[in-house]
Design a binder for this molecule. Structure first.
Ligand code: 5GP
Length: 196
């Protein structure tokens, strides 16, 4: 969906700011990532894991740009904001269907921010003895990083701005925009502070 169509659908459209990455920039970057992953995994069976819900947009485009045998699986999580008392606890709401022992695993994420979510998941998945495990993230906001994460395949770096579109939501909306936009921070300041 393009922003101009969304205008008819949502009143909250006034919270959407400048475009940050266009659909064609995103798709171009995904083709590059797909080529790198194809080269690295061409002789190996790969299991690509996506984190629900926002990550599925990235996963479906990424796997179609990988020219190697692979399967996909999903993990559902719910996070509690790091600013609250739970200290970034991640709860698994849907576990993998596949057994990952002895498999080559690639965990995909739309954006890695503090890194707390992915580090929790990596710890959990490593305890299941995969043959290898790597991370592919479309967006890397390393200025807010609190946990060390090795992102082997990285799309774009991003600064402080809070973004929506291409799977990323604001109050569960705007995931279906095919480009990534900045959220007008003044319009949503209170909400963003409570999410973060
Ligand atoms: P982390 O544990 O790395 O801080 O959190 C990663 C998750 O936070 C992402 O998968 C995403 O759901 C959410 N997130 C982080 N930054 C943004 C952002 O700028 N916009 C949106 N919509 N979600 C974000």
């Amino acid at each position: 969906m393009e922003l101009k169509d969304l205008k008819k659908e949502y009143e909250e459209i006034n919270v959407i700011g400048e475009i940050v990455f266009s659909s064609s920039q995103i798709q171009g970057k995904i083709r590059e990532l797909g080529e790198q992953i194809t080269n690295d995994y061409k002789d190996r069976d790969l299991l690509v894991i996506s984190i629900l819900r926002g990550g599925i947009f990235f996963l479906t485009d990424l796997v179609r740009s990988i020219n190697a045998p692979l399967s996909i699986d999903f993990m559902g999580i719910s996070t509690y904001g790091i600013s609250d008392t739970s200290g970034g606890v991640v709860r698994i709401t849907k576990d993998l269907e596949e057994v990952i022992e002895n498999k080559h695993v690639l965990v995909t994420e739309d954006i890695i921010d503090t890194g707390l979510t992915i580090s929790y998941l990596l710890r959990n998945l490593k305890a299941r003895y995969p043959k290898s495990i790597e991370v592919c993230a479309l967006l890397d906001r390393n200025i807010r990083r609190m946990a060390d994460v090795n992102i082997k395949y990285k799309g774009f770096d991003i600064g402080e701005k809070y973004i929506v579109g291409y799977g990323l939501d604001y109050k569960q909306k705007f995931r279906n925009l095919d480009s990534i936009y900045e959220l007008k921070i003044d319009a949503v300041k209170k909400d963003i502070e409570s999410i973060r």
